[in-house]
Design a protein around this ligand. Structure first.
Ligand SMILES: [Zn+2]
Length: 115
């Protein structure tokens, strides 16, 4: 697996006003009834492409959480809503955040906390 360098771009520590990206939908992951929204976000500042995985339980307040990890142009066509979690968990590092984690974005690795 290739190491992904951290370059200090805003996309690695996104605040709620970070909007410097283009997004396109991949679809919904229905695994375990999660209905997670899977999108591609390309950062306008560094041009890197992220897989963004967002999940929220309607009945539970402050449950919104997201994970995103960098994907290469080569791997991007292989990402589906159903394998996005596996892809993120295979990375060296990803970024996560959302109300569930107190709103601050942070770096993580390994298993995603989803259910
Ligand atoms: Zn960036």
């Amino acid at each position: 697996m290739n190491k992904i360098p951290k370059i200090g771009c805003l996309c690695e520590k996104p605040t709620s006003d970070y909007t410097e990206y283009r997004s396109s939908e991949i679809g919904i992951d229905h695994t375990n009834g999660r209905n997670a929204e899977v999108t591609i976000q390309q950062c306008k500042l560094c041009q890197r492409i992220w897989i963004h995985y967002f999940v929220e339980s309607e009945n539970i307040s402050s449950s919104a959480r997201w994970y995103k990890g960098i994907v290469s142009k080569k791997d991007r066509p292989n990402i589906t809503p159903e394998n996005a979690v596996e892809f993120l968990e295979s990375l060296d590092w990803y970024v996560y955040g959302g109300d569930f984690f107190g709103g601050e974005a942070a770096f993580g690795e390994g298993k995603l906390n989803l259910d």
